[in-house]
Design a protein around this ligand. Structure first.
Ligand SMILES: Cc1ncc(COP(=O)(O)O)c(C=O)c1O
Length: 412
């Protein structure tokens, strides 16, 4: 039988050593998965509290995916790759229409890409075209992706410093997440030579360790951006479409541009930048060649799975389920762990929950212990002190409670 350890050795021989985590004990190679259960190559099962970094709102092998794969058994199957910026696929159009129908009314036009980082890159370019400015306010601990266009916005130095000489960082001012209006104003005044293109913020910081801002903070950012002729970009790549109990935070925040990724593809790569009409119309009309595109942008297969996923989230009100189940889980965790000397805080909204431990790196240790017990969860936060719980939005309650039971046992 092939073992996890054998395959990890083979991976090490063929892959860049930075690309994959190599646990010191009990390695895990995913082989099969259904719903919120994953099986490794040795046949051991795991409860998935990560859901593909939040990209599997309906879990693995969802009915959305099965419906699309069945399409390929037809005599005239759906197209698997159209010619994105030249000849669109029907599925791309349907996907954009569906996404728009689920956004607040004012977000009229979208542009598609493949990853969250690419959606944010489109947002940055859109803000520059719309404002003719090039300065950005970003926040400490923010994560917006690692491609060169968005890397300057991402806070962690270990991601940025090795590539510093290539990065345009002079037009960026980084402020504390949750900074007061006065501090944000001061920050904007430092962008004298570039002007303010946009302030960019996550509704809840995910990779930073599930940090929520003060109530009303996002709409304050919108007001202040507008006072300085700039825009508010919301990065909803992690939080969007149910994760934090709402479909989008853009309306409440009065954002000008909003970015989505992860959940909207139901496990397949597709992302979107949506904006108010006059802002998106800062892009020129395509004269045959788009000035921002990619071979796989708006990929029909991803769009097809994504649209069915979005409709399932809406029809089954999975955002509301996420909200109420999240409350139940936080309550259970708080009750069970209120006397634990290891636990500093339990927080989050919906099925976006963080348990902060008192010692740095401890959540990374727990990740390994959970794996041994058959549960998959990830550490977050700059020092790995937060355990993130981001399961599929349709995870069965008994499965979730079983996994949370393990989390409680090892957190006491
Ligand atoms: C808020 C946020 N923005 C952007 C990204 C980047 O997305 P991707 O990894 O798909 O490029 C992430 C990824 O975790 C994210 O959490």
């Amino acid at each position: 039988m092939t073992t996890n350890a054998d395959l990890m050795t083979r991976l090490k021989a063929v892959e860049c050593r930075d690309s994959t985590y190599k646990p010191k004990s009990t390695p895990l190679v995913f082989a099969r998965a259904k719903g919120s259960v994953v099986w490794d190559v040795e046949g051991k099962s795991y409860i998935d509290l990560c859901a593909g970094f939040g990209a599997l709102p309906l879990g693995h092998a969802s009915e959305a995916l099965l419906a699309v794969t069945r399409e390929f058994e037809n005599a005239e199957p759906m197209v698997e790759h159209a010619m994105g910026d030249v000849y669109p696929s029907e599925e791309k159009i349907l996907f954009l229409e569906t996404l728009r129908s689920l956004m607040p009314d004012s977000y009229k036009l979208g542009a598609l890409a493949l990853s969250g980082g690419q959606a944010v890159e489109i947002a940055l370019k859109t803000a520059m075209l719309a404002t003719k400015n090039s300065g950005f306010i970003v926040f400490e601990n923010a994560y917006h992706g690692l491609d060169f266009g968005v890397l300057p916005l991402t806070a962690r130095e270990d991601f940025r410093v090795p590539f510093k000489n290539y990065l345009a960082e002079d037009n960026i001012v980084r402020l504390p997440y949750g900074a007061s209006k006065a501090i944000v104003s001061q920050g904007i005044s430092k962008l004298k030579s570039t002007g303010l293109a946009a302030i960019i913020a996550e509704p809840i910081q995910g990779r930073a360790g599930v940090n929520s801002p003060p109530a009303g903070w996002l709409s304050m950012l919108s007001d202040i951006a507008h006072e300085h002729s700039g825009l508010l970009i919301l990065d909803e790549v992690f939080t969007g479409f149910g994760r934090i109990g709402t479909l989008s935070s853009a309306g409440e925040a009065n954002a000008d541009i909003s970015c989505f990724g992860k959940a909207i593809g139901g496990g397949f790569p597709i992302s979107a930048c949506f904006a108010k009409k006059h802002i998106m119309n800062a892009w020129p009309e395509s004269s045959g060649e788009a000035i921002h595109t990619g071979t796989f942008f708006g990929h029909p297969f991803s769009a097809a799975v994504g649209r069915r996923t979005l409709l399932a989230i809406k029809d089954r009100d999975l955002a509301q389920r996420s909200k109420s189940l999240g409350e139940t889980i936080k309550f259970r965790l708080r009750e069970a762990l209120k006397d634990s000397p290891l636990v500093k805080d339990i927080r989050g909204e919906g099925l976006f929950i963080g348990i902060e431990y008192t010692s740095p790196g401890f959540a990374a240790v727990l990740m390994d212990r959970l794996r041994e017990r058959g549960v998959i969860a990830l550490p977050s936060g700059a020092t790995g002190s937060v355990l993130s719980i981001t399961p599929a939005l349709n995870i069965p309650e008994d499965v979730l409670f079983e996994a949370i039971g393990h989390v409680i046992e090892i957190s006491k």
